[in-house]
Write a protein that binds this ligand. Structure first.
Ligand code: HEM
Length: 410
């Protein structure tokens, strides 16, 4: 396996499979990563460059990989040693030089963008949005409740969060399918020409949309970004597209993948349904447990300097990837980590990472998931996977495209 000369050979492991690019049909699809946090496994491994890296960090250079809770926490929170510069900059593929804001911005600049965006994602703002979000969930669930079945991934999980997001941003509803197609090509297509074409199309659209909001302001988020001020000055064009682009990227697929995996887990493990139906007061902590047990992303950082860690030398510029699919199940942090415990306490997982880049949409995402579960259990009896349906799932963002469910009784 090719790797830079400073990487000891005994740390080389092909972990490409561990970042969600290899599907399985397990009840707990993240289970294959379990051994990575076991005693005896080196605390830091190196995933060599792979022809098809499946989204693993490091690209053509490969990446260090940390798997234990404490080490992952350090990478996410130690801004002296780790940087997020260049993160999620798919736009570089077509020669664009703007940054993905706030994700690819390091301190101290990062704080000013967080401060600027935070009011639009705060609990106060999400409380204001809640009646509309709830009404949409109810309308959608009632549209299929009497039919006795639904493709929960395609007809519900894929649609509900994107409709909430589009309304928050002020994007035109008819763009729905086009947005999802572009996003799919950017995140998941293996054909670079297709990815590049979609990047060009979405950036043209977003720049045109921003220009329209300059002259026709409204109350939605894109308009507020366009007309906002940071430290008393208007935003530059690069900042406007950097923020709108990254929100577009972060807001579309993530909740969709989480909802689909959440219903798959409940369908194959009906005890979870029984418990939540009997004790709806557990829904909030159950949402946290779904998030812990479904870490759809594993983020990476780059080292800012040379240093020694767990017996190896990390060099400035090396990528260090945090396997959330291992850290979220670290027995040193979570007792009985493979058991789904809807009442689990002290559930500080990494599904939204940790530190300054903690997901800005986390409050919105949690609220959507809570609303969905609450309204679903009020209207739909016990459900299971439709006989013959394929329950193969990618333990990551790709997740599951179709998941037909049927009600056990009507
Ligand atoms: C269950 C759903 C979601 C999951 C699992 C998720 C996951 C993540 C993760 C892992 C990061 C950190 C990436 C890194 O540090 O490398 C992140 C950051 C971010 N997410 Fe989410 N996300 C979700 C929903 C959303 C939504 C709905 C939005 C917006 C509408 C959003 C907006 C953002 C933004 C703006 C950041 C960057 C924060 C910063 O750099 O300060 N996310 N998200």
């Amino acid at each position: 396996m090719p790797a830079p000369p400073h990487v000891p050979r005994d740390r080389l492991v092909d972990l490409t499979w561990a970042t969600g690019s290899k599907p399985n049909d397990l009840r707990d699809p993240y289970e294959p990563c379990g051994w990575l946090a076991e005693p005896g496994i080196p605390r830091i491994l190196f995933n060599p460059p792979m022809p098809n890296s499946g989204g693993l960090a490091g690209g053509s250079k490969g990446a260090w990989v940390v798997t234990h809770y404490a080490d992952i926490e350090r990478v996410y929170t130690d801004n002296e040693y780790f940087s997020n510069k260049g993160a999620a900059e798919f736009q570089a593929l077509i020669g664009e030089t703007f940054r993905s804001i706030p994700l690819a911005v390091d301190p101290p600049d990062h704080a000013k963008y967080r401060q600027f965006l935070f009011p639009h994602f705060s609990a106060v703002r999400i409380n204001q949005m809640e009646p509309q979000m709830r009404a949409l969930a109810v309308e959608m669930i009632e549209s299929f409740a009497a039919k006795g079945e639904v493709d929960v991934a395609w007809d519900f999980g894929r649609v509900y969060p994107v409709r909430v997001f589009m309304s928050l941003m002020g994007f035109p509803p008819p763009m729905f399918q086009q947005f999802l197609d572009w996003e799919w090509n950017i995140l998941h297509a293996s054909d670079r020409a297709q990815t590049a074409a979609s990047l060009r199309a979405v950036l043209d659209f977003l720049r045109g949309f921003i220009a329209r909001k300059e002259t026709q302001p409204d109350d939605q988020l894109v308009s507020k970004i366009v007309h906002g001020r940071i430290e008393g000055r208007p935003l530059t064009d690069e900042e406007k597209i950097g923020i709108v682009w990254f929100l577009w990227l972060g807001g579309l697929d993530t909740v969709a993948a989480t909802i689909s995996q959440m219903f798959r887990r409940m369908a194959v493990e009906p005890e979870i349904q029984h418990q939540l139906r009997a004790q709806p007061e557990l829904i909030n902590s159950a949402v946290e447990e779904f998030l812990r047990t479904q870490p759809i992303l594993s983020s990476s950082r780059s080292a800012k300097r040379d240093f020694e860690w767990h017996g190896v030398t990390i060099k400035a510029g090396d990528a260090v990837q945090c396997l959330n699919s291992s850290g979220n199940f670290d027995p040193a942090r979570f007792p009985d980590p493979r058991t789904f415990d809807p009442a689990r306490e002290a559930n500080r997982h990494f599904t939204f990472v940790a530190g300054i880049h903690l997901c800005l949409g986390a409050t919105l995402a949690r609220r959507e998931l809570r609303i969905v579960l609450g309204e679903w259990f009020k209207r739909i009896s016990e459900f299971t996977v439709k006989p013959g349906a394929d329950t193969t799932v990618f333990p990551g963002l790709l997740s599951i495209r179709n998941l037909p469910l049927v009600w056990c009784s009507m």
